[in-house]
Write a protein that binds this ligand. Structure first.
Ligand code: C2E
Ligand code: MG
Ligand code: MG
Ligand code: MG
Length: 290
């Protein structure tokens, strides 16, 4: 089962990142060179079908391997990248790199895995974004239907001009749109109603409280029901323990992502997982040609 995906502790971050103003400024100027110097890494975290526990997708999650400080978490450097505008170059790099990788895995293993890539509000404000995504899809040859762009719910329809049009245009390229961190923003329902999102990702702050807080359980249950009534699919994020899995399965949640199954993995480790999975399902699926 997917639980043998492993409990590898790949997510060890530099714990000594000093966040003094001076250090932040230094990191900003280092970050400016990080893309060019090849210091960014993309890790991949599997998303599994709730019933079969088969891998159905993966989320690309960026890390910064700083030569002196080690692996730095995106939770730390993405905000820095957003205030400096560097997120535009970083986001483009991540998208291209992850699409290339997904295309390669599709050719090699033919599993039709979906690739989720996060988009920042700053990227969504760039007039060139849609053209850039189209170019990356064309140049990497990834089937657009395998790409799903994740837009966090904290992005406001008001602060990002033309958000709906931009997402419609991205959707028209053939990619999927997912609403990330669902339930944490102020406009969940408005988002569901207005945006061309086929999937929502229930935020881990709710999932964490399954078995702990009946209110959060009620929110998770209602969110799944509402999403299904609106013909959207649901992924639960931050699934860490068996109790979360059982609850989400009972509620009919479509897919799960979390440490219970697997942490985000570096490319070679994720590929081993795919090779293993292909061996397992190889008997059941027709042979795939690239
Ligand atoms: P996110 O898009 O909501 O991604 C899910 C986060 O939850 C990831 O954190 C993942 O490692 C973590 N996670 C997965 N399963 C579990 C679990 O069972 N328990 C817990 N506690 N956490 C779990 P990560 O990789 O540190 O990324 C944090 C955030 O940084 C992401 O949240 C996303 O908002 C942002 N981010 C990451 N990569 C990119 C990127 O390429 N571009 C942009 N714009 N943002 C990114
Ligand atoms: Mg995400
Ligand atoms: Mg999230
Ligand atoms: Mg997020």
């Amino acid at each position: 089962g997917a639980k043998s995906l492993g409990r590898n502790n790949y997510q060890v971050y530099a714990s000594n990142v000093d966040t003094s103003q001076q250090q932040q400024n230094e990191l900003k100027s280092r970050l400016r060179h990080a893309v060019r110097n090849g210091e960014l890494r993309v890790f991949y975290q599997p998303q599994v079908n709730t019933v079969s526990e088969d891998i159905v997708g993966m989320e690309a999650l960026v890390r910064w391997e700083h030569p002196g400080l080690g692996m730095i978490s995106p939770a730390f450097f993405i905000p820095l990248a957003e205030t400096t505008g560097l997120i535009v170059a970083i986001g483009e790099w991540v998208l291209r790199h992850a699409c290339e990788q997904a295309r390669l895995w599709q050719d090699r293993y033919g599993l039709g895995l979906r690739l989720g890539v996060n988009l920042s509000a700053v990227q969504l404000m760039q007039p060139g974004l849609v053209g850039e995504v189209a170019t990356i899809l064309r140049e990497t040859g990834l089937d657009p239907s395998l790409l799903e762009l994740e837009v966090t719910e904290s992005i406001s329809v008001k602060t990002v001009p033309h958000l709906e049009d931009t997402l419609q245009a991205l959707h028209a390229l053939g990619c999927g749109i997912a609403i990330d961190d669902f339930g944490t923003g102020a406009a969940s329902l408005d988002y569901l109603r207005r945006l061309p999102a086929g999937r929502i990702k229930i935020d881990q702050s709710f999932v964490r409280n399954i078995g702990v807080d009946p209110d959060d359980e009620a929110i998770v249950r209602s969110t799944i029901e509402m999403a299904h009534r609106l013909k959207r699919e649901v992924v639960a994020e931050g699934v860490e323990v068996e109790e979360h899995l059982q609850f989400l399965r009972a509620q009919g949640c479509d897919e799960l992502q979390g440490y219970l199954f697997c942490r985000p993995l570096p490319t070679p480790t994720f590929e081993k997982l795919l090779a293993e999975r292909q061996r397992i399902v190889g008997d059941r699926l027709p042979a795939v040609t690239a």
